[in-house]
Design a protein around this ligand. Structure first.
Ligand code: PEP
Length: 258
């Protein structure tokens, strides 16, 4: 059976300037080195604002931190006349491992379509970045009991022309929009239902090996107090954490999911 390393991803959103980011990352690194707990079986990643990435890279490299980092978004284009956009190749040069793609705040506030998200998945993969593809339904869709169908359609659209080999490396984050930043958490059963549905659909679109390899995260008001029950579910391989990742001690507690 494929071993999927749990991934705890902290999305800092538009918080922490580069001084604050350095300080927060240092505190997180000290906390993760605490000999009382073993973090060796989990991957911890942070997603700072673009303007912090160079400082994060310097700190991670200088102190050889066991923390990976990613971008919160990226351009669908490689280079050229796209004012204000950030090239995936530039991110790769900064040692970035991951890129969030299709976060619900991008879909909602920047009108990102499934077609654009698919282009961004391809541009990330082309630059050697691992996309963390965010999918999930809003409250009306859940109330209409159309959440699984809605989320799987987002998934299929985002994966158009992506190969099985590529899908095996990528990460999918199920984030019900109604649970992001609201304090409302989906139940562990909700998280499992969708994570399993995503894995089954990846198996149908590709093959069993690909379905077993892809990591599926849950995101939406994850805290140290609720992470254990969510992580106990067999198809949940980690968490995408917003607000709670800004506190290094709380995020470290989440990373050991107890
Ligand atoms: C997120 O931004 O992806 C997120 C899940 O935020 P929060 O944990 O604050 O709900």
């Amino acid at each position: 059976m494929t071993q999927r390393t749990p991934l705890m991803a902290g999305n800092w959103k538009m918080n922490l300037d580069h001084h604050q980011a350095t300080h927060t990352l240092q505190k997180l690194a000290w906390t993760l080195k605490d000999a009382k707990h073993d973090y060796s079986a989990v991957e911890v990643a942070v997603f700072p604002p673009f303007t912090d990435l160079r400082s994060v890279q310097t700190l991670v490299d200088a102190d050889k931190l066991q923390i990976t980092y990613g971008a919160q978004d990226l351009s669908a284009h490689e280079s050229g006349a796209y004012t204000g956009e950030i090239s995936p190749a530039f991110l790769a040069k900064l040692g970035v491992t991951y890129a969030l793609v299709g976060h619900s705040e991008r879909r909602e506030y920047h009108a990102e379509s499934d077609a654009l998200i698919n282009k961004k998945v391809h541009s990330a993969l082309k630059a050697g970045l691992v996309p963390i593809l965010c999918v999930g339904e809003d409250l009306d869709t859940r109330r209409a009991a159309a959440h699984v169908q809605h989320t799987l359609l987002q998934l299929e659209a985002a994966l158009a022309d992506v190969t099985a080999e590529q899908v095996r490396t990528l990460v999918i984050a199920y984030e019900p929009v109604w649970a992001i930043g609201t304090g409302e958490t989906a139940t562990p059963e909700d998280a499992q239902e969708m994570s399993e549905a995503i894995r089954v659909r990846v198996g149908e679109l590709y093959d069993a090996e690909t379905a077993a390899a892809v990591r599926v995260l849950y995101g939406g008001s994850v805290k140290s107090s609720n992470v254990a029950s969510i992580m106990a579910k067999p198809d949940v391989d980690g968490a995408l954490v917003g607000g709670a990742s800004l506190d290094p001690e709380e995020f470290a507690k989440i990373a050991r999911f107890q």
